[in-house]
Design a binder for this molecule. Structure first.
Ligand code: ZN
Length: 256
């Protein structure tokens, strides 16, 4: 193991968090891989119309100009799993910061379901494999706590010299990407005006484009994860604009 992970998952600047464990903290096996299995097609909200994040100038707001190809390239002498782990760490922490700023506007009252598009809410799968509807803040809290606990777990994200990744790591990593995608998608779908209010749309777009570029390039995301998800349209838009040029990003195929 090189130095990438060492000193990373044990970042001293990070606030220590108690190892909270919700009664529905998922194990890897509890995320069904079959698309649509944990989706709930609810009633369309009152404002169909084009979402703001697809409109100019917001759709092209970005801190990073051009393609993300260079940024996602695996550095020489690093290992693939390590590179994936480092990036999960960064995506999680950045997304957590954004969501932290938005918690005031994401409440059980404003977001009674984990909505990610006009026709799609996600349900949570509990230990008994029952699908339960959760308010978005609860769902997101479960996701972020689950990922935080994984990052803190030496058996999942090894940081010590000589420790290797468990054989289950690739599967766990894909589940993490899938869940983080839902958090991104909820923020775009339900809280984009708040991001605009904070003048953070460029930063958030760049973070999400980086997440997409990396996720597809390293097969951590599957286009099927975007079915019914509002930001699938953003993925297509950015492909057209060249933001994802040279990367292994397929068209969403009208996933909306
Ligand atoms: Zn919300």
């Amino acid at each position: 193991m090189s130095n990438f992970l060492r000193g990373l998952a044990r970042n001293p600047t990070r606030q220590p968090q108690p190892a909270r464990r919700s009664p529905t903290t998922p194990s890897a096996g509890q995320f069904p891989d079959i698309p649509g299995q944990n989706q709930y097609h609810g009633v369309s909200p009152s404002s169909p119309g084009k979402p703001l994040y697809l409109c100019q100038p917001f759709v092209k707001a970005a801190l990073v100009k051009g393609s993300f190809k260079t940024i996602v390239m695996q550095p020489k002498y690093s290992e693939r799993l390590e590179w994936i782990a480092v990036n999960i760490f960064d995506f999680f922490n950045n997304l957590n910061l954004f969501y932290g700023v938005l918690t005031e506007c994401c409440t059980t009252a404003t977001c009674p379901t984990m909505s990610v598009g006009p026709m799609l809410d996600y349900t949570w799968v509990d230990h008994n494999k029952r699908q339960i509807r959760l308010p978005a803040p609860t769902y997101i809290d479960y996701v972020m706590t689950w990922v935080q606990n994984l990052l803190d777990d030496e058996g999942t994200f090894p940081t010590k010299a000589g420790r290797e990744f468990a054989p289950s790591f690739p599967t766990t990593a894909r589940h993490v990407f899938k869940q983080l995608l839902r958090v991104f998608a909820h923020i775009y779908h339900a809280h984009y005006p708040a991001l605009l209010h904070l003048h953070s749309e460029g930063h958030f777009n760049s973070l999400f484009a980086h997440f997409l570029a990396f996720g597809f390039e390293y097969q951590q995301l599957d286009i099927r994860d975007f079915k019914g998800v509002g930001v699938a349209a953003l993925l297509d838009k950015w492909r057209e604009m060249g933001v994802l040029d040279g990367l292994n990003v397929p068209p969403s195929g009208g996933s909306m």
